[in-house]
Design a protein around this ligand. Structure first.
Ligand code: ADP
Ligand SMILES: Cc1ncc(COP(=O)(O)OP(=O)(O)O)c(N)n1
Length: 271
C-alpha cells in the first residue's frame, strides 16, 4: 500500500523575479528544501535578472486577495511570509486578507523596499501603510540595514545601532524584530540582531565571501516561515533559517553577469 505523506503548507505573498534568484521563486525553492508544501499569492511581476530590475507590473489588489482566499479556504496553511508588496493598495488588501486567518497562523513580514542592485521595490507612499497595517501583524519582522534605518529613523553603522533600531522598530507592534546585517561592514555582514520585547539575541555566523548574494533576504524569511510551519518556536526558526542561508551562500551559483542566486539545494551540489 502507498503511504500518502502529509506535509505542512506555507504561503508566500510576494513578487515574481524573472531571473529566479529572489521573490516567489526563491521562496518556493526554500519551502521545498524544508519539505513544506509551498503555496503562493503573486503581488507583482518584475522583469529582473542578476544585474537589475528593468520593469515592475503590479497585479490588481483583488487578484492578490483572490489567490490568498483560494489557497487558505482549501489548504491549512501553517505559516505565511510576505515579501515584495509594492504599493499601498496591495499592502492594505493583503493586511486585511491575512487578518481573516486564524490567530495561530504566524506571519513573517519581510519589509522589502530596495534590492541589493539598488532598485526601489516599494512606492514611497507605501511605507507608512506597511507600518500601520501589516507590521503590527508580524510574528517576526525581518528588515535589512536599509529598511531598519527607514523604519526606525536611526542611522545604523554599529552593532549597538542595530540593537537600538531593533528596539525602536519593536515599538511598531511586531512580536519580534530581526535586523539583518547583510548591508553592514566586515563581520557585521553576517550578524543579525533579534529583539522580542524582552530578550536581545546577537546571531553571528561566518562571513561568506561571495558576490552572489541575490535573494538572501527572501530566502531567510521563507526559511523562517517554513520552520514555523514545521512547529519550531520563533527564535529556533530564525536560528535554523540563518544556518540554512549561510550554507546556501557557501554554495551560491555564479549564474548571470551580476549577483547570482544562493544555492537553495546545496546538499545536492557537488563542488
Ligand atoms: N556575506 C554574507 N555572509 C554570511 N551571511 C550573510 C552575508 N550576507 C548576508 N548574510 C545573511 O543573509 C541574511 C539576509 O540578510 P541581508 O542580505 O541583509 O538581507 P536582504 O537580502 O533583505 O538585504 C542575514 O541572515 C544576513 O546575516
Ligand atoms: C520580486 C523580488 N522580491 C524581493 C526582492 C528582494 O530580494 P532580497 O532577497 O531581499 O534581496 P536582494 O537580492 O534583492 O538584495 C527582489 N529583488 N525581487
Amino acid at each position: 500500500m502507498t503511504m500518502t505523506p502529509t506535509w505542512p503548507a506555507a504561503l508566500t505573498v510576494a513578487g515574481s523575479d524573472s531571473g529566479g534568484g529572489a521573490g516567489i521563486q526563491a521562496d518556493l525553492r526554500t519551502f521545498a528544501f524544508h519539505l513544506v508544501h509551498g503555496t503562493s499569492a503573486l503581488t507583482c511581476v518584475t522583469a529582473q535578472n542578476t544585474v537589475g530590475v528593468m520593469r515592475v507590473d503590479a497585479l490588481p489588489p483583488e487578484a492578490v486577495v483572490a489567490q490568498i482566499e483560494a489557497v487558505t479556504s482549501d489548504i491549512a496553511v501553517q505559516a505565511v511570509k510576505t515579501g515584495m508588496l509594492l504599493n499601498q493598495e496591495i499592502i492594505q488588501a493583503v493586511a486585511l486578507a491575512l487578518k481573516a486567518l486564524p490567530d495561530t497562523t504566524p506571519v513573517v513580514v519581510d519589509p522589502v523596499m530596495v534590492s541589493r542592485t539598488g532598485a526601489q521595490l516599494i512606492d514611497d507612499d507605501a511605507i507608512a501603510t506597511l507600518t500601520r497595517h501589516l507590521i503590527p501583524q508580524a510574528r517576526v519582522l525581518t528588515p535589512n540595514r536599509y529598511e531598519a534605518q527607514l523604519l526606525s529613523g536611526l542611522a545604523i553603522t554599529t552593532l549597538a545601532d542595530m540593537e537600538a533600531a531593533a528596539r525602536q522598530i519593536y515599538q511598531l507592534g511586531p512580536q519580534a524584530v530581526l535586523v539583518k546585517g547583510g548591508g553592514m561592514m566586515d563581520a557585521l555582514r553576517s550578524t543579525d540582531v533579534w529583539f522580542d520585547g524582552s530578550e536581545v539575541v546577537i546571531l553571528e555566523a561566518e562571513v561568506v565571501e561571495t558576490k552572489h548574494t541575490h535573494g538572501t533576504g527572501c530566502t531567510l524569511s521563507a526559511a523562517i516561515a517554513a520552520n514555523l510551519a514545521l512547529g519550531k518556536d520563533p527564535l529556533t526558526a530564525v536560528k535554523d533559517a540563518k544556518n540554512y542561508v549561510t550554507n546556501a551562500l557557501k554554495h551560491a551559483l555564479a549564474i548571470g553577469k551580476g549577483q547570482g542566486p544562493v544555492g537553495h539545494f546545496f546538499p545536492l551540489i557537488s563542488q
